[in-house]
Design a protein around this ligand. Structure first.
Ligand code: FE
Length: 313
């Protein structure tokens, strides 16, 4: 019984592949991440949930904090999934990666002007930056990673500088930030890479036109690397079918399943040597921050408080 906050058409092929291989049926319950977490809590020890799949380490951490996930030890998972994208005790495992990049207006910005997240606090960007709200877990995780790299004080200082530079109060999702750059409302914006790729690959001509006006940089290439986050899964503490749940996670780390799992949202597979979606090949060598994804969760409360103090709404 799979509780998933992912809803990509390609995921169905994954579940069918697993059933074909193992004879184990997959019952899918879809919902928004926080609702699924609440639902498992409400169901208590009678919860039918075996596996929880969600995006962002910050959300996996919330599930873990709520005591909903159990430690799993599996040689297959430990061998195939790099240590930095799984929980140290096996409470969750990253299955694909998303990078938080900086989109810029090609006609107004030279990519050499913006090589780090830290640059966003530079006064040269005054009135030129779009970013979504601090309530968004992607930004919380980015800030959590910066706390790990630079400390609380320097990160708060940075956040104040960023807020000073905003072109408008935070609003909308990542796609809206890209559209605002294309429309000239701002010159740079912070977004997860797949929102840009969706526009690039869109069947809608207008959306492709938006993508053509901008490009994306992955910052901090000369330092710790670009901030990466994960889609991942954990075995629920009350899982009635624990063995099947582990078998399912192991299946998701096979090369075939990894390719499909990542393809659904133009993400990067976590297992080495898995073929990328062609559009992602240009970024195959991007250096990513190897901070353990668990830190993103551990630093989350501090990140939220810091963003509030800095006036990031
Ligand atoms: Fe997203």
């Amino acid at each position: 019984n799979l509780y998933s906050s992912r809803h990509y058409d390609t995921d169905v092929a994954l579940y069918e592949g697993f059933t074909e291989k193992t004879g184990i049926a997959v019952n899918l319950i879809e919902g928004e991440a926080d609702q699924l977490i609440e639902r498992i809590q409400a169901e208590g020890r009678n919860s039918p949930a075996d596996v929880l799949i969600t995006v962002d380490a910050g959300r996996l951490w919330r599930a873990e904090e709520a005591g909903l996930l159990q430690p799993v030890s599996s040689e297959v998972l430990e061998e195939r999934i790099p240590a930095e994208v799984r929980h140290p005790e096996g409470k969750w495992f990253g299955l694909s990666q998303r990078l938080r990049g900086i989109v810029y207006a090609k006609d107004r910005v030279d990519p050499s002007e913006i090589t780090t997240y830290e640059d966003l606090a530079d006064p040269k960007w005054q009135g030129r930056i779009c970013i979504r709200s601090s309530t968004n877990v992607y930004n919380q995780s980015l800030v959590a990673s910066m706390i790990e790299a630079n400390g609380i004080e320097a990160t708060e200082e940075w956040a104040r500088g960023l807020v000073e530079n905003l072109a408008r109060p935070p609003q909308g999702g990542d796609t809206d930030q890209i559209k605002a750059v294309a429309a000239g409302e701002c010159d740079v914006a912070v977004v997860n890479h797949y929102y840009f790729v969706r526009l690039l690959e869109s069947e809608d001509e207008g959306e492709r036109a938006v993508a053509e006006k901008v490009d994306i940089v992955f910052p901090n290439q000369d330092g710790r690397g670009a901030h990466a986050n994960i889609s991942g899964a954990g075995v629920v503490v009350t899982a009635p079918n624990k063995e099947n749940a582990i078998a399912f996670l192991e299946y998701l780390t096979t090369p075939e399943a990894q390719a499909i799992f990542a393809q659904g949202n133009y993400e990067f597979p976590v297992v080495d040597g898995v073929k990328l979606v062609p559009v992602l090949e240009q970024w195959a060598d991007v250096k990513t921050d190897t901070i353990n994804a668990a830190k993103l969760g551990q630093n989350n409360p501090e990140a939220v408080k810091l963003m509030d103090r800095a006036g990031w709404r």
